[in-house]
Design a protein around this ligand. Structure first.
Ligand code: PMP
Length: 352
């Protein structure tokens, strides 16, 4: 028998393309077009490479405490990791262990089924309605756990805290994970529900609203019990998940609240302006509360628009998946970038 018969095979998640070289308007992975908070730059310069000789703090105390203070939680209610992908993967491993299928929407972050398959977790997808909204009743069947993003990705659709609470009320026996990667662009976080539901885990990231995708910082918030269980698994995989510069420099991105609010407000204003322009060009989209717009054209196929944009050095995201074949996910960049996109789309739609 070949050794290959004993290999754990996996079908990996496919991230958006990271083009080499400059000149590309990159709107395909929901990165923030603005730089991180100015204090991040200062701390970077002050950071001594000599300290890298040592292992980082296993508990990532500085950044954990900064986040706890910001979100009015105890440090024992916060868990940090290498981007929210790391945190979510750890949460799948820790909390979805019942053997019963976990539930998530049919159109959602395409890493969920990858982790489920990797860890041997059965799952069942719950179809969103025709407006890409969650149907809460679908989450009231027997299950082994629940996860969904709010706002959802790639649709941008935001669901209310009432809907989330209805799902929590119906599911006291499983862990419910709300992936709030895009919550800072106009939605209301469900962090406030943590004190009421000890089975609610809220996951956020520095990659989008805090402009630090390259640093890889993600975090989860929940009851002390949930965080303790997460830490047990984390310390059984890798004691030092988070590197020292991230732990130190990330603190500054939390501290500078006015910069955070200012850049988020800019992105939201740009998003609302672009929504109007897209409508004029014949696009429709679910109303987005994220830093992207999930749009389709009335007559031109999604793949064609994707390719035409790419030919003009503008990169957006397109999936060949059934229900969303005609859609493009366009990250909201700066006003100048979005003007370039709208001009290109004007040309493409005029020539079609
Ligand atoms: N959740 C959702 C819904 C996302 O779109 C992303 C970004 N791909 C992530 C989590 C992971 O982001 P990160 O690992 O950069 O924190």
């Amino acid at each position: 028998m070949s050794w290959e018969a004993n290999v754990k095979r996996a079908v990996p998640y496919v991230p958006g393309e990271q083009p080499k070289g400059s000149g590309v308007i990159k709107l395909n992975t929901n990165e923030n077009p603005y730089p991180p908070a100015p204090g991040v730059d200062r701390l970077f310069k002050e950071f001594s490479y000599q300290s890298l000789r040592l292992y980082p703090d296993t508990g990532s105390a500085r950044i954990t405490e900064a986040l706890a203070a910001y979100y009015h939680l105890d440090a024992s209610q916060v868990f940090v990791g290498v981007g929210s992908d790391d945190v979510l993967s750890m949460a799948f491993l820790t909390f979805f262990h019942s053997g019963r299928p976990i539930l998530f929407p049919d159109i959602t972050y395409s890493f969920y089924d990858v982790w489920a398959d990797l860890y041997g977790i059965p799952y069942k997808v719950c179809p969103l309605d025709e407006d890409f909204r969650i149907v809460p009743g679908q989450y009231m069947q027997k299950n082994g756990g629940i996860i969904f993003p709010n706002p959802n990705a790639p649709t941008g659709v935001y669901e209310t805290l009432e809907l989330i609470e209805d799902i929590l009320k119906a599911n006291p026996d499983v862990v419910v994970i709300v992936d709030e990667a895009y919550i800072d662009f106009g939605g209301e976080s469900c962090i406030g529900l943590i004190s009421k539901y000890d089975n609610l885990l809220v996951v956020q990231t520095f990659s989008k609203s805090r402009s630090m995708a390259g640093m890889r910082i993600g975090f989860a918030m929940g009851s002390q019990k949930l965080i303790r269980y997460l830490n047990e698994v984390k310390f059984s995989v890798n004691s030092y998940t988070m590197n020292m510069p991230s732990q130190i420099i990330g603190v500054e991105a939390v501290r500078d609240d006015s910069y955070f609010k200012e850049t988020n407000a800019k992105i939201m204003a740009t998003r609302e302006r672009v929504k109007g322009q897209l409508k004029e060009l014949g696009f429709t989209f679910p109303d987005s509360k994220a830093n992207f717009i999930f749009a389709r054209h009335a007559s031109i196929p999604g793949k064609k628009i994707f390719e035409e944009l790419k030919a003009r050095n503008i990169l957006v995201r397109h999936w060949g998946k059934d229900r969303i074949n005609q859609y493009l996910r366009i990250t909201v960049g700066t006003d100048e970038q979005m003007d370039a996109v709208v001009n290109a789309l004007r040309e493409i739609t005029a020539n079609a």
